[in-house]
Design a protein. Structure first.
Lengths: 449, 333
């Protein structure tokens, strides 16, 4: 599920970029910085002619917004931050590290890659100041995800929430469907929609180039937190239960109730060749009713298929889409699945640590959120700075969650989390591979050591 | 103060760089001088040997750094674990030849290696022969050669649209192949999912690109056949087919072998088409793609290197055959 991260905010943001750039144009322009308002940055020290490279999978136009959020910091500290975004981040980072040209800071979209990079011995633990800031502004879960073998390496950056079902409030209102609050209700609603005959209950797309299949892993993860509990989820991710354990099989079976049911999703094998971007387009033209996807898809549907993101009570806008919470097995079970990026350091230069520290500060997080299309789990983040209704909903879900877990496939060893898990979920729909064969194959691919 | 310090450090930097540069030039000059004096003082045989050494050394050095050393490192890594830390014996090779997914990969690579070069060379030869007698072959040839200018990634994307399938029965097909199938009265299918057809559909893309290459090279070889020979065979009453199979093909045999082996090596290395069109899913992956996945995605340098070595062993006989063939031709002349 990593490839989407690089696109996640890019498109979500493009929606708001234009608007927010106008708004922020007056706020964060150079005059405020050169006006001598540098007191807030004093603690970071001042430097001269130093550059810090941040290597990331987040590219233009998102990158420009990051760059813009650094402007004041750069002006005041004298550190030039070079945001280097590439689509080949995950492949290129190991190459650069092995080749001795590691970046100063890298934005890890998945803890698995962080673990692998720490194993190379080329990374530096976070400084005490960064560690203290992470304690202060982030929950313990978040810090734990940036920690490898008891040493804290990488500070959290952005966040995202995946436990969303997208739908059109107008389609729901027109047909008299109501928002399900339990898994059983969700399946019952799917039956009702299917019985109507006009609208396909679900639309799903697993396609994502060489990362095809990550959408399937997200379904598994969300259901793992619901059918089982957080402890089982952790055991599954850490491989302290086997991948073909009956508890895991139970989850895949539940997922199959929707994903492998032609009455719900239409042509099952075609899920594998439908890209995740196209996946939700049926919501906009009303040919399907529901689409399970993280927050970023709203921006894509808006930009590519003319959707409008509305609030849930707006039942009149044609092509208006919004989200409801992917329900738990019971109504009071409210686990949340999400993801996030982490900034880890390959250099012990003081200016690199200063940048890492700045990225954990509420000041930067609020500044970045105000530029639009972005939020983080920073406790200092003011919800008022988050404009988009879906992102607001995400921040709400983060606050109300009974348990919160990160994307499990991201935390698994890359051979599984960015390899066999994707491939086998793809084969599961494309080749109608059986549940057992899928789980056995993933179990077998788990690295031995 | 700070500014002065900064300027001073700049000056220091400039001075140190300049000294470094001068030193490098001096060392180089000294080396050249030593080489020349040595060359002057030695006997003729040693001189000849030295000449080879001096002229070949830089190229050999770079060849060693860029090719030989990495090749041996890959061989070494293929017997080690994921991070290259501990020896695992032949386990990586055992893995490659027992894992069902990897067996699919090896099988696909085999199919690519046989079908792609034969089809490309076959079509190339056919077109070369057909256009040979044309008065103005330029247009046809350039149209067929054109895909050669398209990268594999670009071609992959283009052909992905050709094979596009619309799962929604009410929506119109946008894939060319699906639409053609529909016109012919067939029900279109999700082409890239049908195994083993999908491997052949990917090979079509490769053939589409490589045919132009084969055509150009073979056409040049055909042009080089002396007219007298063809005329003589005509006078002897050889039919068109006989002239082609008994005269043209034997005359250009060397070229055909070169084209075939070049394209075979290309097919063995194919990566971009697979990665753009299926990402290695649906049982279409080949060694080059899987090798990349293992090394840089699963971060298992052991299995990745083992696949690289298998690929290398696959290419080796072809290269050897080519070299032998080249030598034989040279000695014939």
């Amino acid at each position: 599920m990593t490839a989407f991260l690089r696109r996640r905010l890019i498109l979500a943001t493009s929606l708001f970029a234009a608007l927010s750039l106008v708004i922020s144009g007056c706020g964060s322009s150079d005059d405020s910085a050169s006006g001598g308002n540098c007191d807030a940055y004093e603690s970071y020290g001042t430097y001269e002619g130093v550059e810090v490279e941040i290597y990331s999978s987040i590219r233009s136009p998102e990158a420009e917004i990051y760059q813009e959020s650094f402007a004041e910091f750069e002006e005041c500290t004298g550190i030039t931050i070079n945001w280097n975004g590439t689509a080949e981040f995950e492949a290129q980072l190991p190459v650069r590290v092995e080749g001795g040209t590691a970046p100063d800071l890298a934005v890890f979209p998945q803890p698995g890659l962080l673990k692998a990079m720490v194993a190379t011995g080329k990374m530096f633990p976070a400084t005490d100041a960064v560690s203290a800031a992470a304690d202060e502004y982030y929950g313990a879960d978040w810090k734990a995800y940036g920690t490898v073998d008891g040493t804290f390496y990488a500070a959290p950056l952005g966040a995202n929430v995946k436990s969303f079902v997208w739908y059109s409030p107008k389609t729901f209102a027109d047909n008299g469907w109501s928002i399900p609050t339990t898994w059983a209700e969700l399946l019952a609603l799917s039956d009702t929609v299917a019985a109507g005959g006009k609208v396909q209950p679900w639309c799903v797309g697993f396609g994502s180039g060489d990362a095809t299949g990550w959408v399937g892993t997200d379904w598994m993860e969300d259901l793992m937190l619901r059918v089982n509990d957080a402890a089982t989820y952790d055991a599954w991710v850490n491989h302290s239960i086997k991948f073909n354990d009956p508890k895991v099989a139970a989850v895949l079976k539940e997922a199959g109730k929707i994903l492998k049911n032609p009455k719900y999703v239409g042509n099952v094998p075609a899920i594998a060749t439908t890209t995740f971007q196209e996946g939700g387009k049926g919501l906009v033209d009303g040919s399907c009713a529901m689409h399970r996807q993280a927050s970023f898809i709203g921006g894509i549907l808006a930009a590519d298929y003319g959707a409008t993101i509305v609030t849930p009570d707006d039942t009149t806008t044609e092509g208006g889409i919004t989200t409801f919470y992917f329900p738990g097995v019971t109504a009071d079970q409210r686990p949340a699945l999400g993801g996030g990026e982490f900034v880890g350091s390959f250099s012990d230069r003081p200016e690199v640590a200063a940048v890492q520290l700045y990225l954990t500060s509420p000041e930067w997080n609020n500044k970045k959120a105000a530029l639009g299309g972005w939020f983080s789990a920073n406790k200092g983040l003011d919800v008022a700075n988050v404009a988009d209704p879906v992102n607001k909903n995400a921040v709400e879900i983060l606050k109300n969650a009974t348990t919160f877990r990160f994307d499990g496939s991201d935390a698994m060893p890359a051979a599984v989390g960015a390899g066999s898990f994707w491939k086998e979920m793809t084969a599961w729909v494309a080749e109608n591979k059986s549940d057992k064969a899928v789980l056995d194959a993933i179990e077998k691919s788990w690295p031995k050591s | 103060m700070i500014e002065i310090a900064a300027r001073q450090s700049q000056l220091e930097q400039a001075v140190s760089k300049l000294t470094g540069l001068t030193l490098t030039i001096l060392i180089f000059a000294a080396l050249v001088a030593i080489a020349f004096t040595l060359a002057e003082r030695t006997g003729e045989r040693v001189q000849r040997f030295l000449k080879y050494v001096i002229f070949l050394a830089p190229a050999l050095l770079f060849l060693f750094i860029g090719l030989v050393a990495p090749a041996f490192r890959t061989l070494y890594l293929s017997f080690r674990d994921a991070r290259g830390e501990e020896s695992v014996g032949l386990e990586n090779y055992h893995w490659a030849f027992t894992q069902p997914e990897i067996l699919d990969v090896l099988r696909n690579t085999g199919v690519w290696m046989i079908v792609a070069p034969i089809a490309s060379t076959g079509f190339g030869l056919l077109i070369a022969v057909l256009t040979d007698r044309m008065r103005r072959p330029g247009l046809v040839k350039s149209l067929i050669f054109m895909p050669m200018a398209i990268s594999f990634v670009g071609a992959g994307i283009i052909w992905k649209f050709v094979y596009q399938f619309e799962p929604n029965e009410r929506a119109p097909e946008i894939g060319l192949l699906s639409q053609i199938a529909e016109w012919l009265g067939f029900v279109p299918t999700n082409w890239l999912l049908v195994n083993p057809l999908n491997t052949f559909l990917l090979i079509v893309v490769f053939v589409w690109i490589q045919t132009g290459f084969a055509m150009v090279v073979l056409s040049a070889a055909i042009k080089a056949i002396p007219d007298e020979i063809l005329e003589a065979s005509m006078l002897d009453g050889a039919s068109g087919w006989k002239r082609f199979s008994r005269v043209t093909v034997p005359m250009i045999r060397g070229t055909i072998i070169v084209v075939l082996s070049t394209i075979t090596i290309g097919a063995l290395k194919v990566f971009d088409i697979i990665r753009t069109m299926t990402g290695g899913n649906f049982k279409t992956s080949v060694i080059a793609n899987e090798m990349y996945n293992q090394s840089f995605r699963a971060l298992n340098y052991g299995t990745g290197s083992a696949l690289a070595i298998i690929l290398f062993l696959g290419v080796l006989p072809l290269v050897a055959y080519n070299v032998v063939n080249l030598r034989r031709e040279r000695s014939e002349r």
